[in-house]
Design a protein around this ligand. Structure first.
Ligand code: ZN
Length: 140
């Protein structure tokens, strides 16, 4: 069981608890490090270089010190930082996850999720990480 995973999500505090509870339950992490920026999944999907660099930098302690090998990218319903429709948000999530995955060198697994207003979390993208492969090799 991983001690830590990381989540890249909006600043919106209504969605942090459901996201953390989902991650603890479904990814079997003990703790969830949060990296937040308004409407961050939309910025990632758009390939915003500054946001990618900032998020990558902010994830570094989680990945290097806490040894997080999974990063969840979350979008959510009713986002003040992302004016697109829920359908557009959900369609953009795989792109956001793929761009972050590439930016991080494919090292962590990246999972894209959509958090509904009622707190339901829906997984919409999943990319395997090189760290997983290294873990497999190390266990052999
Ligand atoms: Zn938001």
């Amino acid at each position: 069981m991983p001690e830590f995973i990381a989540a890249v999500t909006c600043i919106d505090g209504r969605f942090h608890r459901p996201l953390q509870e989902w991650a603890v339950t479904h990814l079997r992490a003990r703790y969830v490090d949060l990296v937040t920026a308004p409407g961050v999944s939309a910025s990632l999907a758009a390939g915003d270089r500054t946001v990618l660099d900032d998020i990558g930098e902010h994830l570094r302690p989680s990945m290097e010190v806490h040894r997080s090998t999974t990063v969840v990218v979350a979008a959510h319903e009713g986002c003040a930082g992302d004016p697109s429709t829920p359908k557009q948000q959900r369609a953009a999530l795989p792109e956001a996850a793929a761009r972050l995955h590439a930016h991080l060198g494919g090292i962590p697994s990246v999972i894209g999720v959509y958090v509904h207003a009622d707190g339901r979390v829906e997984s919409l993208a999943s990319l395997a990480g090189a760290a997983d492969a290294r873990g497999d090799l190390a266990r052999r």
